[in-house]
Design a protein around this ligand. Structure first.
Ligand code: PMP
Length: 374
């Protein structure tokens, strides 16, 4: 779609019938002064990482295809998490990780479950891969509704269960007991998308055990069915590089590698990701800065006529109480502040989501919000 001109050309032959019903998923990329709509890191990566990367680029043989197994990057990630390289699969952003999972374990005649409202790409990619989508519910506090999950597991037995912790766009992490309960009560793969995991009070990675390729017996234990998905797009401040990964059973990693295209991960990205991991302290510093800005934003928003939900992430779900959400979104855009309009989501009527930005961006958002609401 040529979004800039609002045009969508018709294909010369019909597209797949099952795709025609679904619009694509793209957040608008509008030129504004304050961009708080896509949950990236507001801070660039450390200068030292740039310098290291620039120097290391000389070691790349640009005339050759990259390491198709991404061995060094996967080993570095395995060390980072105290696990084994065969438990790590990398792709171009966590979206592509999810696509590979659904290509390998979803598809015709299979289904996955999501608990709405949640990250729209989980069900979008499922549909693109021909996987059936089952929709579970959340409770009043926006955690996964276990009664709904229990019913779905008993009646439909989905091949894949998607959890998102912290959940985008609602902001809360699922409780550890919930993830354990889902693992015990379901039979398929349990994917925990932790794109915002560094902001959360706990990680499902603590439930993953080291598993090597050598185990020859088929293994359907609950910890083997757990997959944790992470990204470099948020706290690692590398959204432009497009790098994500999963941690899971070596058999899941092998299946994802089978469906990924040959050499899908370019050499620059493999290097950039590997080097980033040695800047962990700087990454954690940025997480703390974002958290303290998030808390400042939340208190200021609570003082306005706005309902604010608790957040374990770098964004805040909120609902204006005295004006329409879409109207507020438009007025913010007129003031060159772009946030995410969720008001058309059936499960989040009247809601908006703002990403935590730099202190200046947050102050500009608050000033604009106050100007409109008061
Ligand atoms: N999962 C969640 C929950 C997200 O919010 C996002 C980004 N919006 C992604 C995955 C995708 O991240 P990326 O493809 O940039 O790694």
């Amino acid at each position: 779609m040529d979004a800039d001109r609002g045009l969508r050309p018709e294909a010369p032959v019909p597209v797949r019938d099952d795709l025609r019903l679904h619009a694509g998923y793209h957040s608008p990329q509008v030129e504004v002064a304050v961009r708080l709509n896509t949950n990236e890191s507001p801070f660039p990566p450390p200068d030292g990482w740039f310098l290291e990367l620039q120097e290391a680029l000389a070691s790349i043989q640009f005339n050759r295809y990259p390491d198709t197994r991404a061995s060094q990057l996967r080993s570095a990630l395995a060390d980072h998490h105290g696990l084994l390289p065969e438990q790590v699969f990398c792709a171009n952003g966590s979206n592509e990780v999810i696509q590979c999972l659904l290509l390998a374990f979803g598809g015709a005649g299979r289904s996955m479950v999501v608990f709405e409202p949640t990250y729209a790409l989980h069900s979008h990619i499922a549909r693109v891969t021909g996987t059936g989508v089952i929709t579970g519910a959340r409770d009043d506090d926006l955690f996964v509704d276990l009664a709904s999950a229990e019913r779905i597991f008993a009646e439909r037995s989905p091949e894949i269960v998607f959890l998102c912790s912290p959940n985008n766009p609602t902001g809360r992490s699922e409780r550890r007991e919930t993830v354990e309960w889902v693992l015990e009560n379901s039979r398929g793969l349990v994917v925990v998308d932790e794109a915002y995991g560094q902001f959360a009070p706990w990680s499902a990675l603590s439930l993953v055990e080291p598993q090597s390729c050598e185990a020859s017996e088929p293994d359907a234990s609950s910890s083997s069915r757990l997959i944790v998905v992470r990204t470099f797009s948020k706290t690692w401040a590398m959204a432009a590089a497009r790098l994500g990964y999963l941690i899971g059973h070596p058999g899941v990693v092998a299946a994802c590698s089978d469906v990924a295209l040959p050499y899908h991960l370019d050499a620059v990205k493999q290097l950039a990701g590997r080097l980033a991991l040695s800047w962990r302290a700087e990454m954690e510093e940025r997480v703390s800065m974002v958290e303290s800005e998030r808390d400042r934003l939340m208190s200021a928003m609570e003082a306005l006529e706005v309902k604010v939900w608790p957040s374990d992430a770098n964004f805040i779900l909120f609902k204006p109480l005295t004006c329409g959400a879409h109207e507020l979104w438009k007025k913010l855009l007129e003031r060159s502040v772009l946030i995410r309009d969720l008001s058309a989501w059936p499960s989040l009527p009247g809601c908006l989501r703002v990403t935590v930005g730099t202190p200046d961006e947050n102050s500009a958002f608050l000033a604009a919000l106050e100007g409109i609401i008061r």
